[in-house]
Design a protein around this ligand. Structure first.
Ligand code: ADP
Length: 494
């Protein structure tokens, strides 16, 4: 199959969260199954053209955003595994210091225009490249307009005659909702398409709704989240998803175990493996030193690597930190995003310097050192579509402490002392006291070296690789292609 991924992020070029990991990793596994996979993302200023040896292709293309003609160029390079990546370069929209907004977490005022432009440019670039996709796989609200364009403005475009679309929700909280009166003409749609079963969403123009209404198949990143978003967790989109319930798939993300591997992770002071993890202690010692903590092997060290966003349970974390300081517990937090969370965490650090270390930037090497060095990983998310951090933590023998929601419920099971099964600690009511109880339960087990060793063994044995998920993606793509073929035959015959 010819598969085109279109997204706003992709590792290793640009990443603000798990979306980038998925877009940069899934294609490698699809390629191994024999598919021709390509990726289109924006060329942000943050992407270092020299580092990735980006080559400009000889096309000069343009699209309209409202009445404004926007020119763009395509640059390209190969992602390991021989996957072509195409970068849409336009200085007005992508030559800025941030990806979606400035570093205080406020989005750019013209994100609406930026992703109209990107969606249209991706369609035009595909044609210029003469790459006829069987599947265009769109990710999150930024690319929700693509399925809509293919079934409206580009409906009679023969180039996409055999193209089906798959739309993946990585986080239903971000939908791209805008005023309809100005957005419908700006995006180039007809008012005919602004109906309740198409573009309209509670009197607004909503990019995610556009994707969900027009795409052939919908997926999200875990089976539990697929069910949850058809109910109260759907952030208003539940009704749309219920009407398409037979087209909704939940496929768990995996991680790239060749990258997240304590055995040869170059960011660590010492390497270790699931067979011999003695050196994990050295990683802990190093991290304690780096954080300015007492170097105490027995201290229960907790870590958190996360976007600063209320979704991730920072109200519970902030509520709990003070209560933990009476125990031999140390906490290291790495995060960036929301300014209020950042200020709150820094304030707590000023109160509990010897117990809490907060780093407020995006720091890939430090994230590896935290996954490897701490004993347990805090992820009390209010909701979690899939979550990669808890899966990465498992790979480093670090025990996740999680709220039972979405992908966390699908990947982490509560440790039981009676049968020593379970790879983490789970609480199932989003409340500070439940989270605190759960941490203290883990702390008790930690003090029993035999039992903690059992949890660690279970963590190391939990594997969430792409090898299984890629088969589910292939099945889903096959269904999308069959549907399109049947639709085309029907169209020919009427
Ligand atoms: P989400 O996509 O909602 O942000 P995930 O758990 O799916 O959450 O993915 C988060 C990814 O981003 C993980 O790979 C995590 O290590 C990484 N990450 C998040 N914040 C930071 C940060 N400040 N520095 C480095 N890596 C980070």
């Amino acid at each position: 199959m010819n598969i085109l991924m279109v997204a706003a992020e992709c590792v290793p070029f640009i990443k603000t969260g798990g979306l980038a990991d998925v877009v940069g990793t899934l294609p490698k596994y699809l390629k191994q199954q024999g598919h021709d996979v390509r990726i289109i993302i924006p060329k942000y200023r943050l992407i270092d053209g020299a580092k990735y040896n980006l080559q400009a292709l000889p096309y000069k293309l343009s699209v309209f955003v409202g009445k404004e003609q926007e020119n763009f160029r395509i640059k390209t390079c190969m992602l390991d595994g021989n996957i072509p990546v195409y970068f849409i370069e336009n200085l007005r929209y992508f030559n800025r210091l941030g990806v979606y907004g400035d570093d205080s977490g406020v989005g750019y005022g013209d994100n609406r225009e930026r992703f109209i432009f990107f969606s249209k440019a991706a369609i035009e670039a595909t044609k210029a490249l003469m790459f006829r996709p069987d599947i265009i796989h769109c990710h999150d609200w930024h690319t929700g307009l693509i399925p809509a364009y293919l079934k409206t403005t580009n409906l009679n475009d023969g180039f996409f005659w055999n193209t089906s679309t798959v739309y993946t929700i990585h986080n239903i909280a971000f939908q791209g909702s805008y005023d309809a009166a100005s957005t419908v003409p700006l995006a180039g749609f007809s008012w005919e398409d602004y109906k309740s079963d198409k573009l309209e969403f509670y009197n607004t123009f909503n990019y995610m709704k556009a994707g969900l209404a027009y795409t052939d198949i919908i997926s999200t990143v875990s089976p539990t989240y697929a069910k949850e978003i058809q109910g109260p967790a759907g952030k208003g989109m539940e009704v749309v998803l219920q009407t398409r319930k037979n087209d909704v798939y939940g496929i768990l993300n995996g991680i790239d175990y060749s990258y997240w591997n304590p055995k040869d992770d170059k960011n660590l002071v010492a390497n270790f493996s699931s067979e011999n993890y003695e050196n994990k202690k050295l990683c802990k010692k190093y991290l304690q030193e780096k954080c300015g903590f007492k170097q105490d092997e027995n201290a229960f060290m907790l870590g958190c690597v996360s976007r600063f966003d209320m979704q991730k349970g920072f109200d519970l974390i902030m509520d709990t930190i003070g209560k933990l300081t009476q125990f031999n517990i140390q906490i290291v937090v790495l995060g960036s995003g929301d300014r209020y969370i950042k200020d709150g965490m820094l304030y707590l650090q000023s109160l509990y310097k010897d117990k809490l270390s907060v780093c407020t930037d995006y720091n890939e090497p430090l994230s590896h050192q935290i996954y490897a060095g701490v004993d347990a990983f805090l992820m009390p998310s209010k909701f979690e579509p899939c979550g990669l951090s808890q899966i990465i933590a498992l790979a480093y023998g670090t025990i996740p402490i999680v709220n039972k929601t979405g992908g966390l419920a699908d990947t982490i099971s509560d440790f039981s002392t009676s049968n020593t099964k379970g790879n983490g600690f789970v609480f199932d009511l989003y409340k500070g006291e439940k989270f605190l109880d759960c941490i203290l339960r883990a702390y008790d087990i930690y003090k029993n070296k035999f039992l903690w060793n059992e949890v660690m063994k279970n963590a190391f044995a939990s594997e969430y690789s792409w090898t299984n998920s890629v088969k589910e993606y292939e099945n889903m793509y096959t269904i999308a292609v069959k549907r399109k073929t049947a639709y085309n035959i029907y169209q020919k015959n009427i």
